[in-house]
Ligand binder design. Structure first.
Ligand code: SF4
Ligand code: SF4
Length: 176
């Protein structure tokens, strides 16, 4: 599905600097928890804006994106949930990919935004992008900056986890 921008957690992002082992005390599990908390704060701060946009466009949508396949947590979501001691939403692998997501209720998603799979916040369909384009310039700039910060924080989450995985002295308790 198209997104607001390139998926920040795919496309070959890699750890550009392998930290020394002694650096990893902080950039390890504690660092992962901190960056996951940062992700959560940024997602929560986006919620009011995203809700305003989706309220405008989703009620008339004829191709609702909240299908089972999109509601399943990705591997990186599982890292995020685990770092924050959150219970991931069930994957329901037996549910057909294109059937309505089991989190979808009469008033939209039942999950708090920060507990949804990342793609549920990052996904911008064409009507959402058009609604974004109609925002007053200042509001659009603020939202764009928030999305940029979230994208960077998500990359840091993935990189921090990758660094833990790569460190033979720190077996990854968040293994995927
Ligand atoms: S986000 Fe876009 S595709 Fe998804 S339900 Fe709303 S309008 Fe439809
Ligand atoms: S926003 Fe909620 S209902 Fe929609 S796909 Fe994501 S988890 Fe499912």
């Amino acid at each position: 599905m198209p997104g607001y921008g390139a998926n920040p957690v795919s496309g070959g992002n890699s750890v550009s600097h392998e930290p020394h082992v002694e650096d990893r005390g902080h950039s390890g599990l504690e660092g992962l928890r901190e960056v996951a908390e940062e992700n959560r704060r940024l997602i929560e701060s986006l919620d009011v804006h995203m809700e305003a946009l989706t309220r405008r466009v989703c009620p008339t949508c004829r191709d609702v994106c909240c299908i089972s396949r999109h509601g399943r947590p990705a591997a990186d979501d599982l890292v995020y949930y685990k770092a924050l001691n959150l219970v991931p939403p069930p994957s329901e692998p037996d549910r057909p990919d294109t059937s309505p997501c089991h989190q979808l209720g009469a008033s939209g998603c039942r999950l708090p935004r920060a507990e949804r799979p990342y793609r549920c916040t990052w996904y911008f369909c064409t009507p959402l992008i058009e609604a974004l384009d109609r925002l007053p310039a200042r509001q659009a700039r603020v939202l764009d900056a928030q999305l940029s910060r979230l994208s960077s924080a998500r990359i840091r989450l993935v990189e921090t986890h990758a660094a833990i995985e790569a460190d033979p002295l720190h077996p990854d308790p968040y293994g995927r």
